[in-house]
Design a protein. Sequence first.
Length: 207
Amino acid sequence: MIEQYLLENYEKGEPIFLSDLCMEGMTEENLRYHLKRMTDDGKISRFAPGIYYCPKTNLLGEKQILSPETVALHKYIRRKGKRVGFYSGYTLANRLGLSTQVPFKEEITSNYAPAQVREIKIKDRTYIIRRPMAEITEENAYVLQLLDCLKDLDKSAEEDMKSCGTILTAFIEQHKITREQVDPLLIYYPLKIYKAIYETGVKYVSA
């Protein structure tokens, strides 16, 4: 029963979080027992306590180990197929080209953050997980990511404000962000964000 459920609901190489499993008539203890049995039988692999996966195989037929990056992505950014987070802080600044610094600890803003700010270890990788200024949804994720970036621009960006504005305007155009989407969310941010918007001169797309 549980084996069929996992085959139907999870791709190979996708993390299976025990906390996400909910099957009628099964307690957490029952689920743990069945997952351990499937692990012992070689049907699934265990990444860490409470985290399992159906491994992919390479061209040689060898099982591929799940990476910490994949676990972080599925736990804090796209959980159960829903958008719940995004990369932020120095990580986002580097990915957008606002900074050349490659952060040692990747930063993620997520609805699933266990505290306001928390350092999380996933195997040999350390992540800084933050709670969002407003709940992240599929519709507002890129808007909140933009506003978070503007909020932290004074400490995370190396480029001058005009160059930052050019980069962020390209981000806005790529994700079709309008002023009508931005304005209602500004109330969740500190006043300094208005200064960043003005100094960068970011331009929104037309509604």
